[in-house]
Design a protein around this ligand. Structure first.
Ligand SMILES: Cc1ncc(COP(=O)(O)O)c(C=O)c1O
Length: 423
């Protein structure tokens, strides 16, 4: 009996008895990648944000240099300081504002809520007690994830005719247990900005924290504005905005694991910290949620910001805007399809069918079969698509494929099975 019976939970290979050569492993990694969506050529609607090979190379090389280091060495502290001072002015942050680097949008939102709750508890002189957060129904689910972890109630309210969160609906749901109003710039489902000036006034008069989730558009809209786009006011220039989350690993072209949470007043960051000393080892203090943090993500985000400069971000944003405009015009020119209005305000487009003979889900299925992964939208039933620079080059091909898929579905009377899980 040389072979012990396999572990009952084992579904794949066991740890190799001896190590394998890197060349073999590298080849296998490439093989594994071959089955992934072709995201550098615009085949993915979101999750990846590809600018160009030069930026991708900087991203990787910088990460490599700090791949095993934790955040906390002088090098990463210095780069973090730079990142904050480069980023904060983009959001009209006043003197005395502060920021933290996190691993992504979800952690940034978690951190803002944790900080706001600790402040609310302190100001109200209560250690326990359940609070609520009021948000438009279009807020990203990371809000609910964070709230669930912290036992906070989320009250989602309706949006207006342009699908924007607005004061009247938010106000009705607020009460004395409300600790935060939450809004998006823009929201992920429709890519529209909530009415943040209105919400700032509501939050201010109630003395409540206002968080702006700009995870998607944070590193797009400041440059779109500089390019002359009309972007509604949503950042720290709006009175009442307390914190903003903005992802570097989206339109900051940083590697995965990079986001910022920013505070109008750095003094609130004392509520962000976690401190503990009731164990034998001594005091443990961490500035935000994670313990050991990857310095590679910091080095890479810092390097990409240095590499692109304002000009690079403007060029990247111009590509997104152009690709978005072409997508909206192209979809609206296909008989039987229509973009949901207002369309393409900030790099997200949703389109639906206007022809009973065109099942939009079947169109999405057909596109998937041709290598174009697209998000399926539940309400209204449609196709959901983020736009990044990689979509510009592939836009003509894509629109051709979309027109052909629409025609094919119509001609063959195809129907699709809606798949909730395409995010
Ligand atoms: C508006 C918005 N908020 C939050 C998130 C969550 O970000 P992450 O996936 O980096 O945690 C996203 C992701 O797309 C988003 O679009």
């Amino acid at each position: 009996m040389n072979n012990p019976s396999p572990h009952p939970n084992r579904v794949g290979p066991s740890l190799p008895a001896k190590g394998r050569p890197w060349s073999e492993i590298a080849a296998q990694l490439q093989e594994l990648k071959a089955g992934d969506p072709d995201w550098k050529r615009g085949r993915l609607p979101a999750l990846t944000y590809f600018l160009d090979d030069a930026t991708y190379e900087v991203q990787g090389k910088a990460y490599q240099q700090f791949i095993s280091e934790p955040v906390g060495f002088p090098s990463s502290s210095s780069m973090l300081k730079d990142i904050f001072s480069m980023a904060l002015p983009l959001f009209d942050a006043p003197e005395g504002a502060g920021a933290s680097f996190t691993t992504g949008g979800t952690e940034s939102v978690f951190q803002a809520i944790k900080t706001a709750r600790a402040q609310a508890r302190d100001l109200r002189k209560e250690r326990y007690g359940r609070f609520n957060i009021v948000a438009p129904e279009t807020a990203h689910p990371c809000l609910d994830k964070a709230a669930e972890l912290m036992d906070i109630e989320v009250r989602r309210v309706g949006v207006d005719g342009e699908r924007r969160g607005h004061a009247a609906a938010i106000q009705v749901a607020m009460d004395e247990r409300t600790m935060m109003v939450y809004a998006s710039a823009p929201c992920y489902p429709f890519g529209v900005f909530d009415r943040i000036e209105e919400l700032g006034a509501v939050a201010q008069s109630a003395g409540v924290w206002l968080h702006i989730d700009a995870c998607w558009g944070g590193f797009l809209s400041p440059f779109a504005k500089k390019l002359g786009r009309s972007i509604p006011s949503w950042d720290f220039s709006v009175p009442g905005v307390s914190s903003i989350s903005a992802d570097l690993h989206k339109f900051g072209y940083a590697p995965k694991g990079a986001s910022l949470v920013m505070y109008r007043d750095a003094a609130v960051q004392r509520y962000e910290r976690f401190e503990f000393s009731n164990w034998p080892r001594g005091s443990y203090v961490s500035p935000s949620f994670l313990g050991t943090k990857p310095a590679g993500a910091v080095a890479s985000a810092w390097s990409v910001m240095q590499f692109l400069g304002e000009e690079g971000f403007m060029n990247a944003t111009a590509k997104v805007l152009e690709a978005t405009a072409r997508l909206v015009a192209g979809v609206n020119a296909i008989a039987g399809l229509r973009c949901v209005e207002p369309a393409g305000e900030c790099g997200i487009v949703v389109f639906e069918s206007t022809d009973a003979a065109v099942d939009i889900t079947a169109v999405a299925d057909r596109l998937l079969g041709r290598g174009w992964v697209r998000g399926q939208m539940r309400e209204p039933r449609g196709i959901h698509q983020g736009v990044n620079p990689a979509h510009l080059e592939s836009m003509a091909d894509y629109l051709g494929e979309l027109a052909a898929a629409t025609e094919y579905v119509r001609a063959h009377a195809l129907t699709g099975k809606f798949n909730e899980h395409t995010y």
